[in-house]
Design a protein around this ligand. Structure first.
Ligand code: ADP
Ligand code: MG
Length: 166
């Protein structure tokens, strides 16, 4: 069993900040699976991730394209499986080279293409709590000592709100 953490953020900035922390420590090959309803903050999380990876590229949901790539310290590959069968076909027909590749991959609506995603990976479920509050449940699927260490450190911080960005 991998590590798990449950955190509450009280603003979009706080969600971005948590993601930026992950981006700053991410290594090539990291796969992040984002789950949660429309508006739960998946794309907001990716925005912070890109910033933490040192990219200034604008982040938007690749709902109607197959994948977006942002350039930073490592490339960030941004997938969106809202259109489930199309994204599944893309991953099966070669798009999966971007998972476990030279960069970091992040997938919105990841539960829809779970069978196509490698382990280990970091799964993050986002849920609405209030207008500006979201709960993030992080779990490591498979074994990754670094990732498990980070998630365990988040768990140790407790369920309280994270500080927002300045
Ligand atoms: P998704 O990609 O899951 O559909 P988005 O990130 O595009 O969600 O949208 C989330 C919306 O919720 C944005 O308008 C964002 O400003 C808002 N929001 C409010 N509070 C938060 C929070 N704590 N974390 C993330 N987003 C939040
Ligand atoms: Mg989105």
């Amino acid at each position: 069993m991998g590590a798990e953490a449950r955190l509450r953020t009280d603003s979009p900035a706080a969600t971005e900040e948590l993601a930026a922390e992950l981006g700053a420590r991410a290594r090539a090959g990291l796969v992040i699976a984002l789950e949660g309803d429309l508006g739960s903050g998946k794309t907001t999380f990716v925005r912070g991730l890109a910033r933490g990876l040192g990219s200034d590229d604008p982040v938007s949901s690749p709902t109607y394209t197959l994948m977006h790539e942002y350039l930073g310290r490592l490339p960030l590959y941004h997938f969106d499986a809202w259109m489930e069968s199309r994204e599944k076909a893309y991953l099966q027909e070669g798009g999966s080279v971007f998972l476990c590749g030279d960069g970091v991959a992040v997938v919105e609506w990841a539960d829809r293409v779970a069978d196509e995603l490698p382990s280990p990976r970091l799964a993050i479920e986002l849920a609405h709590v209030g207008p500006e509050q979201r709960e993030l449940r992080l779990r490591v699927e498979g074994r990754d000592a670094d990732l498990e260490g980070w998630v365990a450190s988040l768990a140790a911080r407790g369920a309280g709100p994270l500080p927002g960005a300045e």
